[in-house]
Design a binder for this molecule. Sequence first.
Ligand code: SAM
Length: 273
Amino acid sequence: MSSTPVNPNKALWEKGDFTRIAESMRESGEALVQRIGITPGLKVLDLGCGDGTTALPAAKLGAEVLGVDIARNLVEAGNRRAAEHGLANCTFREGDATNLQPISDQAFDVVVSIFGAMFAPKPFDVAKEMVRVTRAGGRIVMGNWIPNDPTLVAQILRISSAYTPPPPEGFVSPMTWGVESNVLERFTGAGVRAEKISFTRDTFTFGFDGPPALFVAEFKNYYGPTMNAFGAAEKDGRAADLQKELEELFRSQNTSTHATRIPATFLRVTVAR
Ligand SMILES: C[S@@+](CC[C@H](N)C(=O)[O-])C[C@H]1O[C@@H](n2cnc3c(N)ncnc32)[C@H](O)[C@@H]1O
């Protein structure tokens, strides 16, 4: 009897329930979409869309939006949310950023990927696919977390990596998408001229209606990468240390006195086709 091999990339994101974390990202997701020039009628692909934090706002602005994500549960959640918001112009489908077939060449005016495609393996294939499905004269907008940045997400990763076994040989860290030289290499490798690629630092603010320690609990219980870090830490009897380090991080970065608001810096990449 043959069985389908597990795709660890897919399994990681289907674990837990990313919607619980996405709830803290809605406000900044919407604000970001307002800044990137989405207009009625544009064909937009949101790649690694999750449950639609940026796809739904883009559809509300009148774009024709397809959200593609590797996690089946998030695709289902996205379709549910689009229906709840009455957005017939927003659909979600399962797919892998490393190979977007059967999407045809130049099918979209804008390809958006906010902390999405950066998590796919094979970054050169991902760049190639994003370029392939964007029409000549269109553009790609990526939001990527930055390695070693002092703000929240890079610091969660730094802390968690001290509790987890080293990744398998050949593993390319998603955070390399936050390094301009890597991004340039990947998109020029896909045939884009370097002068068509631009970078800016931007800020995304996580908002949670509770104290930082409860926000850490959301990550521990629902965010695949943090769930894995706690799993490994538990085996070593170090889960309490991980919890303490994360709580200190979240508390020190919180800018709110009555809830949790944590700004995080990211690299915004724009590629003109
Ligand atoms: C941090 S979440 C961000 C989701 C969404 N863009 C947002 O801002 O809320 C990363 C997303 O990338 C998706 N993803 C990871 N690897 C992928 C791949 N190979 N192809 C498509 N989506 C992928 C995950 O399933 C997850 O929904």
